[in-house]
Design a binder for this molecule. Structure first.
Ligand code: RET
Length: 287
């Protein structure tokens, strides 16, 4: 096995560093440009959502604006760090020279570990009229699975060899749980009596289901050496902007976000849902 420290700086086409930011970035120009564009778009998101918060937020809808701002602010920092070449590392266990071709950009995954739970909380709280007793437990579990998805993804990208694909499938398993929960909300959105809230919940959960599904494919194509690091960066940048800035606009524009709290619940009453649970039914999302 090669000693990582003996690998010459800039020896790889993707500019991975052997320690966090210790070596000058050797990324190609397009790579860095894409990351700077991502950073600028996320920052525009901060300004846009900040403006909407100042002009539109009410006491009950403020949380949605705050989360959207936090999400794009975290992404601005992560894209800035990546554009500056910070936190780009080689997977461990390099055995062949082709293993050197890959790198993992840690700021990206740190960003996802904070922002994907916030995005999930957005859809969960937006679906409040559907939720019955016990929803907090479900929400916590979904967030735990989401964090497991990202952490196993980091491990997968950080090791060469067959263990990579073990962790990849573990991550996909955790993703499947998250996705199943979001799809349930998508399918039940039509029950919500306020048309605007129902329609927006369907768009948000639909968007989330489709966009999030593409991430594992990009990951597998990159680590399977089908696409290079620049293509990977471009794909993630497009997805990230749609999943954060696009999603935020869909959520915050229009009156729906102010209506969620006033929309009557369609979940069974506490005693009904307890009887349902006793019969083996679920609590959490209205049956
Ligand atoms: C990884 C590793 C491989 C397996 C799976 C993954 C899923 C990633 C997802 C990321 C979503 C990111 C978002 C970012 C925000 O804008 C980690 C690539 C399943 C679903 C929405």
């Amino acid at each position: 096995m090669l000693d990582l420290v003996t690998i010459a700086p800039g020896a790889t086409r993707d500019g991975a560093h052997t320690s966090l930011g210790a070596l000058p970035s050797a990324s190609n120009g397009l790579d860095t440009t894409v990351l700077w564009i991502g950073c600028a778009l996320m920052f525009l998101g901060v300004l846009a959502f900040g403006y909407l918060r100042l002009t539109k937020a009410t006491a009950t809808s403020r949380g949605f604006y705050d989360k959207s701002i936090l999400i794009v602010a975290a992404a601005t920092c992560s894209y800035l760090a990546m554009a500056l070449g910070v936190g780009s590392v080689h997977p461990v266990g390099i055995q062949t020279s082709s293993d050197l071709a890959h790198r993992i950009l840690l700021p990206r995954y740190i960003d996802w570990s904070v922002t994907t739970p916030l995005l999930l909380l957005d859809v969960i709280l937006f679906s409040k009229p559907l939720l019955n007793e016990g929803w907090q437990w479900d929400a916590a579990l979904v967030v735990v699975f989401d964090v497991i998805m990202i952490v196993t993804g980091i491990v997968s990208g950080s090791i060469n060899g067959p263990a990579r694909w073990f962790f990849f499938w573990a991550s996909v398993g955790a993703y499947a749980v998250v996705s199943a929960y979001v799809l349930t909300l998508f399918l039940k959105a039509g029950r919500i009596t306020e048309r605007l809230v129902a329609g927006k919940l369907r768009t948000l959960t639909g968007m989330l289901s489709v966009l999030w599904l593409i991430y594992p494919f990009v990951f597998a194509l990159y680590f399977g050496s089908v696409i290079n690091g620049t293509t990977e960066d471009i794909a993630y940048a497009i997805l990230d902007v749609l999943a954060k800035v696009g999603f935020g606009f869909v959520l915050l524009l229009g009156p729906a976000v102010e209506l969620v709290d006033k929309t009557p619940s369609v979940a069974p009453k506490a005693d009904e849902s307890a009887r349902g649970a006793a019969r083996g039914g679920r609590v959490g999302i209205a049956r």
